[in-house]
Write a new protein. Sequence first.
Length: 489
Amino acid sequence: MSRLSFSAELPSVSQDLAELPDASDFSLVRDDDASSLGSDSELNGMAPYRQTDRYGFIGGSGLNNRLGQLPVELIRHRETKWLEMMTHWEKTMARRYRKVKLLCRKGIPSSVRAGCWPLLCGGQAKAKKNLQKYQELEGAPGDPHWIETITKDIHRQFPFHEMFLSPEGPGQQGLLQLLKAYTVYRPQEGYCQAQGPVGALLLMHMPPESAFWCLVQICEHYLPGYYSPKMEALLLDSEVFVALLRRVCPRALKHLQKHGVGPLLYLPEWFLCLFTRSLPFPTVLRVWDAFLSEGVKVLFRVGLLLVRLTLGTSEKRRGCSGLVETLEKLRSIPAHLLQEDTFMAEVHDVPVSDRDLRRECQVQLSKMRAAKPEFQYNPENRLPGAKAIFDAQQLEDAQMSKEAHGSHTHPFPVPQIKVEPPPSPPKEQTEPEKACEAQGRKKLQVRKKPDTRGKTFHFTEKPVGQTKEERPEPSTGKRKSSSYLETWF
């Protein structure tokens, strides 16, 4: 290396050395990090590279990104609203669900999300009806085949999150127990690999028992049939997605069909994992807020928007000349297009309603049953959001209370209807009394004023001495006014 080049590099080296913190700073950061990550952390390296963002990810994009953060006053105001609604949840859902849906679209504050999600999906009510059930499932031995499969997949779930760094940490062990408990609870379904990131995201926000019942509600009411061995619900929804895409963005669908990109090549990762592997984490949380409030309709809207952002214009489609390029384009959407506030505003503008979804499900279901008579999935078992789940739980509680207390008794007071006996017949009146009563009724009769609305009045002069029979016919000409006028009706 020449002297000139060496001297040219000296300022940059000295500048880099000047930017490095002191050794005492390293020791302080190392001590703080060790307390949060534990001594058995799998991530090696210098302490500054082990800092976590506000979501718990090591060196995540949210570490120094303040763009998506709201003012503190607005966050506190929304927290107060949610705490008030959570205190009177049944009354809120019964009378003010539109407000709940609106606040979910704005985003649930992180501090109350752990309490809101179980209320929205019905997991908290499910847990109250099954006290100590999770502890029994957790203590059950479970199927060795499923336990082995789950153990192999545990380390793949959010490997850069501080909760899931260590195999012996609370994250991986809690996820193992949660997924094993579900295989014991639903042995006919067993374990699906896509349940791993869903359960991991729930464990980031709540205790294992609450996360388990939320997972049960998602699998049974929001996405029934998605995680079953045949995955018939996903097959049906893939056809529904294509039909909706034909209406929302037909040119993008034509491009996908031209290059042989079927919906099953990209939809399973989106729908089964609830976009946990496809979107930035802040956007994922906002999608979940809306999904638990409004149901599977949100997943279709998000998927349609992603296709439109990727292949919506001719310039974007021009760079996708084949199947591989198109799939890569769908998986690498620019981050600035996925910013949570802008992205969710566009999601809610996608023209797909619950009625559209039900109608298209029935159309595609009839086609699939005609092609495959053994197709058994019924989309009627899927509930469209938190309000439908709340109503179903209220109806179930009422039926259980009726059975527990008998058909004639009720747990709450029921107003009694009292029937009065018919009045006794009046006594016979004498002739003078009848005449007096008739005379009184005649006096009470009031002469009804003529209805003059919409009538035409003709004013003519009445000559002196002219009788009623000699009244002349009204002329069509202009009439003169006089001091004495007569009105004809």
